[in-house]
Design a protein around this ligand. Sequence first.
Ligand code: E4P
Length: 216
Amino acid sequence: MQFFLDTADIESIKKYAAWGVVDGVTTNPSLLAKAGVSLEQRIKEIAEVVDGPISAEVVSVNAGEMVEEAKKYAQWHKNVVIKLPMTEEGLKALKMLSEEGIRCNVTLIFSAGQALLAAKNGAAFVSPFVGRLDDISEDGMALISEIMAIYKNYEFKTKVIVASVRHPRHVIESALMGADIATIPPEVFDKLIKHPMTDKGVEAFLKDWEKVKNLK
Ligand code: E4P
């Protein structure tokens, strides 16, 4: 299973990359706004820290302009993956870009039908948003299971990125299902590593070590 980091905050990216578990990074316009930085600057900075797919999202609304935007982003670094929205125009742009060998991540996926369309048009990745589905009382993880079953039936190569991850259970359930990738926000990485019994155990071992460390 691969872990992507879902943030545009460069300090976070450095921190979690140093853990050795970050295989890629996903950004979106909201994450960039939160970080207060331009897309180009941040993508180039991320590429120096993480050697893996880095998603950069287009903001055009028609296919021709999306393709132009995508081609510009693709020149920034070989690891750039173009994030396209799951719209009619996004689907058209996906076809054009994937035929040219430009890898795309189709975002804002909320149904298996959308994931099927994206795979047919050659998406390298799809990003189903599990947390936002849970937010409206739907079952986000059930969508992952459906998409994975469909992709398996037809041997689609499209990789599933579990996105809009809100808590460690989303990551664990993704792993149990065999999802290819989870894109994880920094705060969820912190929750994944933490366990009070681990902290308590380390504290007790260090305390006891003090009692014997000078014994010959
Ligand atoms: C990642 O590709 C998505 O843009 C991100 O996971 C969305 O997360 P949110 O629903 O917490 O905004």
